[in-house]
Every structure is written in structure tokens, then in C-alpha cells.
Design a protein around this ligand. Structure first.
Ligand code: ANZ
Ligand code: ZN
Length: 854
């Protein structure tokens, strides 16, 4: 018997698909479209197992939908701008463009060995001017539509390298290369008005019923809508007032201080003549803007000496502090603190010895003795110590307090969002140039559309710190498009999240030179029906894309609002970890098992195994896809990716799992190859009668088709694999010497081959042709099933009570004992015979009898 040669077979079918253009697609109004997309990779140089899983999942969906008759769009490309290319340029002296394109070539070649059903004609690389010139046009349109604006904003500044650092380049508050303490600096930068869409983006989540709940929740929290009150406190001896935002106006009588941000205008004003305050501000600014940093830092305050008047308590004044936990970017940058009912405020009050007056009392506590110690009470209760709010519950007190503030003209109900506008300027080389020009006379002048693209200059050097565009000798120097005077090009480039915010629309019409995409074409394909990728993009990428799509709609580019109708977030791939005696991580390929112990290959040194963790380069617990595909073939790798866990769960990579998949591949191949001689020829007439075994196997075939179809619709891919394996076991029992069974075997094998087609496309294609078909399996339709054959066979079972027949029940053949028992006990006549007693014992003889002993 010959062996399955996956190497030859896989490359053979890849070539045939390629030559026939099997996966090329066009818009076709007569057919229903289906758009499957996997998040495009960053061209780091090599694919990793996460990619293999991601693309296997997408390919399964694409091939399945194609077999179901959809016009399937399934494209691939490269998220090609970004920092690693610049780092490579600095460290290895390769130009980012060269580094990126070489990586793309290497990774494309790797992907091609997986047999993925992409329409490669639509491939894009976002670093090509053909791509980003359309992005520049979009920016100009956004500018006209009022969706882009400039404002001063904070950046990380490395004082030693004299350069702006990306957040990823700040490690524990220090520059990643210089190790210098990073400072914050204010720069004028470009922003997109994503906050204009806060409410829409929130409401839109409700329509995304094919998104995981946890992703929707993460977006909801990120947008962070809160309803509250904006109100004013008068200041003692000052004519201005302090405007604050609160979500707890009910706690107003418990207010014991006010706090403002280090960047609040009042702080700035006071700091002018106050050096101590200046250094406090600088300290706050060093903390960074991340919420995590603010949450964990010790609460610090600076008493300004200013006093604010309590709005409802005659004569009461509150100290105004500058505090490190108040952000300028949220609400109004000023708060009143109510220590009894907010933990941060309580920590602050204890530190500065401020009043702690409880104003909400838990319902199970006595209001005259209730007090707050080191833990704030943040739940609902009844108002105390609160004048006109006394006795109310929190929601009523909130509404009443707001009404009072409003009627006295001291405040207004407002909705506040945590979401900030999207800052898109980056002081980097390897990104899309922002198409504007700075003129001394005219200010900011958009680059005229006819001058697009603004291309990145190729001749840049990376030997100095800072942005190479800044120190390019000529690139910056341009004439003002408005007045003709010598002017300066913007040297900032776009955040790379820009390119990934519209690439899905570009794929619809990726060769269009005159515009980003034809509107009708985009309207045909969009939205993406199924998007697949990692949960790490649950917030930023997905939210930016949802905003960008709305902005494109506003500018007339397309008609949809939501870019991704369905979303699947895949789980991680995990692997055991290994360490040597010194505690250094080892690669799985460095270790082996000898006489039951793990040792290092070569020298036999002992190795300790750690638990299975997410594959990562730093822990070295990675398996190279190229090695697996080279050893076992792409189909084995793909099958393993699908069989062991549901797609949204983590998957443990084990050698035994891969070998199991490999054995199944070979088993299927042998089943067809080894029995070809005995199978009835392709297309021959079926048998008139079947024996019992042939009949029940035929039922199993139809049931499996029906169930696997259902599994694939629900993304229960591992269940589908298990069912197919079960069917294969059953088929193996058939006797090829009997014509009816042999005929059933052919039907069964044909069904199996079609069912595994989207999972193991090369093997399936090979077996399809072995079974005698001249067509490509990839162009065949999904197998159908005869519903009458999927109905469970029922048997009539007698029910006895203490040995006497008392009734009958119809049960599915071979059903489990619990079901038989439950059905038997439910028979009315049986219950009567049991006379209210509970059974001492129930004996089930499958398909025959149930005997109840009472
Ligand atoms: C008084 C108060 C009393 C508050 C109390 C809370 C509890 P969310 O729900 O996230 O919107 N806050 C307002 N602006 C702030 C800023 N710029 N920086 C830091 N904190 C700020 O939170 C709103 C609450 O966070 C507001 O309600 C305010 O404190 C604080 F028992 O006002 B609260
Ligand atoms: Zn000008």
C-alpha cells in the first residue's frame, strides 16, 4: 500500500487552485455575498501559531460558505507601517521599506503553504503609496467635514535622546533605549472627533448581536457613559466660580473638599506666582496619563488656600486642592470630594485630615450611629444629614438634587463620556505622512488633492535620534499652496491604527487607483459578515474602525455604519514551559523525555516543566508553524487547530494532539486509497435494499451531515470534527464484500470528504479525485441530507412495576438509561401502580424493557 505524500499533494492542489483562479471573486448582484475577514498581520517576518489558528478558522468559514453557494470575498494583506521596522533600521541598518517588503514576501510564502482560499489579487500593503494616498484624501475630507482638528496634547519626551517616544517605548517611566526618566511635553497634534459619535457608538453595540458579549461590554466600558450634573461652587474672595462634574449629586451634603487637576486653568494661574505649586504640578505630570498609573499612585494634594462655598449650607466653605488623581481630560477637571462614599476621596481625606460625614446610611444600619472607617460606603441606602434630601433613596436623592441645582441656576443635568478624541499624530518616520503644510502667513494649509500622495522620502537616515523626516535636508521645504511663500511640510505621520480602520473597505476594490474604492462595490460587499481575530483588539482597533466607517459614511464613501456584522475572537495557543537548572527558558525543541524524565537534548541536563501558558517568544514555549507544516503538512496543522477546543477558547498545543491529527489524515487517506478497488464506481446506480448495518450507517451519514452543518453554522468546529471521526469509525465497520454495504461506504466516504473539505482542503481534494470525480471539490456544493433519514428510529418499550407490565413508552433506539427511566416513570398507569411510593430500583434493558421495583 502506498503512503500519503502530503508534500506533493498539498503543493499540487495549491497550484491547481491558483491556475484556475478558484478563489478570485467579483461582485455579482445575482448572488448573495459573504465577506470573511481575518485581522491582517503585521509583517514581523514569520508567521506564528496564532496566525495559523486565525487563518484556519477564517478559511474554514470561507470555504464552507462558498460550498453553501455564497459569493465569498476572502482577502489578505499587510498592516505594514509601525515601529518595529524603524527599530530594525536603527539596530540592523536596513531601510524600513526593504525590511517590511522582505518580511511580507517571506510571510506570504509561508501562508501559501497553508492552502488558504484567498483572492490574492486583492492583496494590499498599507505602507504602499497606492494605499495610503487614499487615506490622505480621507483625512482631507474629514478635515472639511469638521471631523479632524488640532489641539495641544501631552506626549512622552525622552530628554536624553531629544525625541518623542511612543507609549510602547516607555518602560517603567523610562526611555527604552536611553533609560532616562521620561518627561511629558505638550505638542500641537491632530485629533479625530470620535467623541461626537460616543452615543452612536454605544447604541450601535446593541445591533451587533453576532459579537461576543464580552467585547461589547469592553467597548461599552471604554465609551463609559455616565449621567450626572455639571454645577458651580462660588469661591470666597474671587469673582469666578468653580465648575465641577459629579455622578453623585445626592452626596452634596457630605462634600468636604474640592479638587482640581494639575492642568486646570486655575492651577496654572496660581502656579504663576507659586514655585511650590509649580513643582507639585511637574510631579503630577510625571505620573503619566494612563488610568492604571493614576489608580495605583498614592493620592497627593496641594492646598491652594482658596475656599469654595457650599451651595446649600450657609457659611460652610471647603478647601480647594490640586490633586494628582483628577484628570483635566475628564468632565470639567474639577470635583467635589465626598469621603464617606468614595474610596479615593476617603483615602485623600484621611491623609489630609478632612471631615468624613456619612450622608447615605445602609438600610440595615442605625442612622444615628452609622459611621465610616477606612472603607467608603458606595452602595444604595437612605439619605441622612442631608437637609431636603433626608430619608430618600439614592436615585430619588440624585434626581431631587439635580432639580434643585437646575432651578437655582447653579447647574445642569449632563451626560459625560470617558471616551477621548483620537489623537492620530505620531512623531515617527514609518507611517503615512499627514498631508498638511504649515505656512507662516496662512497657518495650516491642506495639501491640494492634486498633489497627493505626499510620499515618504526613501533617502532618510536613522543615525540621529528623533524623527528622520525632521532632519531630511529637503523634504520639509515646500511652497505654500495658498500664497506661494516658502513653507514647511508637516513631519508627523498618522497613528498606524488609521490604516487598519478602513482596509476592510479597500479590499472590496483594492486595485482602484482613482479612489479608495468604488461606492457601489463597497456597498455590495460591506459589511464584513464574519470578522475573526484576537481579543487584544476588542477595544481600540474595533472601536476606531466603527468610528472610521461612520466618518466615511458622512463623507459619502459608503453606506454602512457598522463595518463588522459578526465577530469571532479566537482563544490563545498555549504550550508547556521549560527551564534549565539556572532558570533559563528553553525551547520545546531543546528538550526531550528520557526514561520518564525531561532532559536537555545533547547534554542530558535536567529540565523542569512548567504549566501550559500562552505561547510567547520571551518564555520560548513556541512551536514554529513552518516546522509543523514541513513535518506533517498543512492539513494536519489545520485539523489540530480545529479539533481540540472551541475557537474562542485557549488551545493547548501538544505533540500527541498533532500526532492524533496526523494519524486521522492518514487513516482517511488509506480508507479511500485502500478500498478503491472494492468500491462501486463513481456515479453507479445505488442498491435496491440494504441490510441492517448498511441502513443504520446510511442514517448515521445523513445525521452527521445535518449535525456537522449545524455545528459549522454555530462555530462548534471541534464538535464537528468529533462527529466526523465517529462517522469514520462507523464506516470502517462496513463490509466491502457486500454490495449494499460497499455502496454505503462510498456514500459515507463522499460525505466525509465534503465535510472535511473546509478543514483539510488538500486531502479532501485528493480523495475527491480518487473517488473518481473530475470536478474540483472546492467548486462542489455542500452535501445535503435526507431529513427522513435523520429522524431518530423509535422502539416501543414495555414498562413493568414489580414484574407486571403497566404500560409502554416510545423511545429513541439505543437511548441512554436516564432518558428511558424518566420516560417510564412518567407513564400515568405506572405512577398509579407505584401508588405514591418512590422506586427502590429501576432496571433498564435497552430497547426492550424497563422494570421499576417499589
Ligand atoms: C462627587 C462624588 C461623590 C463622586 C461620591 C463620586 C462619589 P464616572 O462614573 O467615571 O463618570 N470625577 C469627575 N471628574 C473627574 C476627573 N476629571 N478626574 C477624576 N475624577 C473625576 O465618575 C464620575 C465621578 O468621578 C464624579 O462623581 C467625580 O466624583 C469623579 F460619593 O463627584 B464624584
Ligand atoms: Zn501661505
Amino acid at each position: 500500500m502506498s503512503r500519503y505524500n502530503f508534500k506533493e499533494t498539498e503543493s499540487k492542489w495549491q497550484k491547481i487552485w491558483d491556475q484556475r483562479g478558484t478563489f478570485k471573486v467579483r461582485t455579482d448582484d445575482s448572488r448573495e455575498k459573504y465577506y470573511v475577514l481575518e485581522m491582517f498581520p503585521y509583517p514581523s517576518g514569520r508567521i506564528h501559531m496564532g496566525h495559523v489558528r486565525n487563518y484556519t478558522l477564517g478559511d474554514l468559514v470561507a470555504r464552507y460558505k462558498k460550498a453553501r453557494g455564497f459569493n465569498v470575498l476572502h482577502p489578505m494583506g499587510w498592516d505594514a507601517f509601525g515601529l518595529p521596522a524603524e527599530n530594525a533600521a536603527m539596530q540592523a541598518g536596513v531601510h524600513p521599506a526593504k525590511w517590511t517588503h522582505e518580511n511580507i514576501d517571506a510571510m506570504r510564502a509561508q501562508l501559501k503553504t497553508m492552502g488558504l482560499s484567498y483572492d490574492w489579487d486583492r492583496e494590499i500593503a498599507t505602507c504602499d503609496a497606492d494605499y495610503y494616498k487614499h487615506e490622505q484624501k480621507m483625512f482631507l475630507d474629514f478635515l472639511k467635514a469638521g471631523l479632524a482638528y488640532r489641539k495641544e496634547s501631552w506626549v512622552n519626551w525622552d530628554p536624553m535622546e531629544q525625541t518623542v517616544l511612543a507609549n510602547e517605548q516607555v518602560i517603567d517611566g523610562r526611555g527604552w533605549r536611553s533609560g532616562a526618566l521620561v518627561e511629558r511635553r505638550e505638542l500641537s497634534q491632530w485629533f479625530f472627533k470620535i467623541t461626537d459619535y460616543a452615543q452612536e457608538l454605544l447604541e450601535g453595540l446593541e445591533t451587533l448581536d453576532r459579537w461576543p458579549d464580552k467585547v461589547r461590554l469592553m467597548q461599552e466600558n471604554w465609551i463609559g457613559r455616565s449621567e450626572g450634573l455639571r454645577m458651580f461652587f462660588d469661591l470666597v474672595d474671587r469673582s469666578d466660580r468653580l465648575e465641577m462634574f459629579t455622578t453623585r449629586p445626592d452626596t452634596i451634603f457630605g462634600a468636604s473638599f474640592c479638587a482640581i487637576s494639575a492642568n486646570h486653568p486655575l492651577t496654572m494661574e496660581l502656579a504663576d506666582k507659586n514655585e511650590a505649586l509649580q513643582s507639585f504640578m511637574a510631579e503630577c505630570n510625571r505620573l503619566g496619563t494612563s488610568e492604571a498609573a493614576i489608580e495605583t499612585a498614592e493620592k497627593q494634594g496641594f492646598d491652594t488656600g482658596i475656599r469654595a462655598r457650599h451651595p446649600f449650607i450657609e457659611g460652610k466653605t471647603l478647601p480647594v486642592y490640586v490633586a494628582n488623581f483628577v484628570l483635566m481630560e475628564y468632565g470639567t477637571g474639577a470635583i467635589f470630594g465626598c469621603p464617606a462614599h468614595d474610596q479615593r476621596d476617603l483615602d485623600f481625606a484621611r491623609k489630609y485630615d478632612l471631615e468624613v460625614t456619612p450622608v447615605v446610611c445602609p438600610t440595615d444600619q442605625d442612622k444615628s450611629s452609622f459611621s465610616v472607617g477606612s472603607e467608603a460606603f458606595t452602595e444604595d441606602g437612605l439619605l441622612i444629614n442631608s437637609d431636603f434630601l433626608d430619608g430618600m433613596d439614592v436615585p430619588t436623592a440624585k434626581a431631587t438634587a439635580i432639580d434643585r441645582f437646575e432651578s437655582e441656576g447653579r447647574g445642569e443635568r449632563t451626560v459625560n463620556y470617558r471616551l477621548r478624541d483620537w489623537g492620530v499624530s505620531r512623531q515617527r518616520y514609518w507611517g503615512c505622512p499627514i498631508p498638511v503644510i504649515h505656512c507662516e502667513d496662512c497657518g495650516i494649509v491642506p495639501v491640494p488633492e492634486t498633489d497627493l500622495p505626499v510620499e515618504l522620502p526613501q533617502d532618510v537616515t536613522f543615525d540621529q535620534s528623533g524623527n528622520p523626516l525632521e532632519h531630511h535636508p529637503t523634504w520639509k521645504d515646500v511652497d505654500c499652496p495658498k500664497c506661494g511663500k516658502a513653507a514647511r511640510r508637516e513631519t508627523d505621520t498618522f497613528d498606524t491604527f488609521m490604516e487598519s480602520s478602513w482596509y476592510f473597505a479597500r479590499y472590496c476594490d483594492s486595485k482602484n487607483d482613482s479612489s479608495a474604492f468604488d461606492r457601489k462595490t463597497a456597498d455590495y460587499w460591506m459589511p464584513v459578515d464574519q470578522y475573526i481575530g484576537g481579543i487584544e483588539h476588542a477595544v481600540l482597533h474595533l472601536l476606531y474602525s466603527r468610528f472610521f466607517t461612520r466618518a466615511l459614511k458622512k463623507c459619502g464613501y459608503l453606506s454602512v455604519e457598522e463595518p463588522f456584522a459578526g465577530l469571532l475572537t479566537q482563544g490563545m495557543i498555549c504550550h508547556e514551559t521549560y527551564k534549565d537548572a539556572e532558570g533559563q527558558w528553553l525551547f520545546p525543541t531543546d528538550v526531550e523525555q528520557k526514561d520518564g524524565n525531561w532532559v536537555r537534548i545533547g547534554n542530558g541536563d535536567p529540565v523542569t516543566i512548567g504549566r501550559s501558558e500562552k505561547m510567547s517568544k520571551s518564555k520560548r514555549n513556541v512551536v514554529d508553524p513552518e516546522l509543523i507544516i514541513g513535518t506533517y503538512g498543512a492539513d494536519t496543522a489545520r485539523l489540530f487547530m480545529l479539533s481540540d477546543s472551541p475557537p474562542d477558547r485557549d488551545l493547548d498545543w501538544t505533540d500527541s494532539g498533532v500526532e492524533g491529527a496526523w494519524r486521522f489524515v492518514n487513516r482517511l487517506w488509506r480508507m479511500v486509497d485502500g478500498r478503491m478497488d472494492t468500491l462501486p464506481p463513481c456515479g453507479s446506480e445505488g442498491p435496491e435494499d440494504r441490510d441492517k448495518k448498511a441502513e443504520s450507517t446510511l442514517r448515521a451519514v445523513h445525521k452527521t451531515i445535518s449535525l456537522v452543518t449545524d455545528d459549522l453554522e454555530k462555530f462548534h468546529f471541534n464538535k464537528a470534527v468529533a462527529r466526523i471521526r465517529e462517522l469514520v469509525n462507523e464506516l470502517a465497520e462496513l463490509d466491502s464484500a457486500r454490495s449494499d454495504e460497499s455502496w454505503t461506504l462510498r456514500e459515507g466516504l463522499e460525505a466525509v470528504v465534503k465535510l472535511v473539505g473546509p478543514m483539510m482542503p488538500h486531502l479532501a481534494e485528493e480523495l475527491w479525485s480518487k473517488l473518481g470525480y473530475q470536478t474540483l471539490l472546492t467548486e462542489e456544493s455542500w452535501p445535503s441530507f435526507d431529513p427522513s433519514l435523520t429522524i431518530e428510529e423509535t422502539v416501543s418499550v414495555a414498562v413493568q412495576v414489580n414484574g407486571k407490565v403497566r404500560g409502554k413508552v416510545d423511545l429513541p433506539r439505543d437511548c441512554d438509561k436516564e432518558r428511558a427511566e424518566a420516560a417510564a416513570l412518567a407513564v400515568e398507569n405506572v405512577q398509579r401502580a407505584m401508588d405514591g411510593k418512590s422506586p427502590r430500583k429501576v432496571i433498564v434493558v435497552p430497547n426492550r424493557i424497563v422494570n421499576v421495583v417499589v
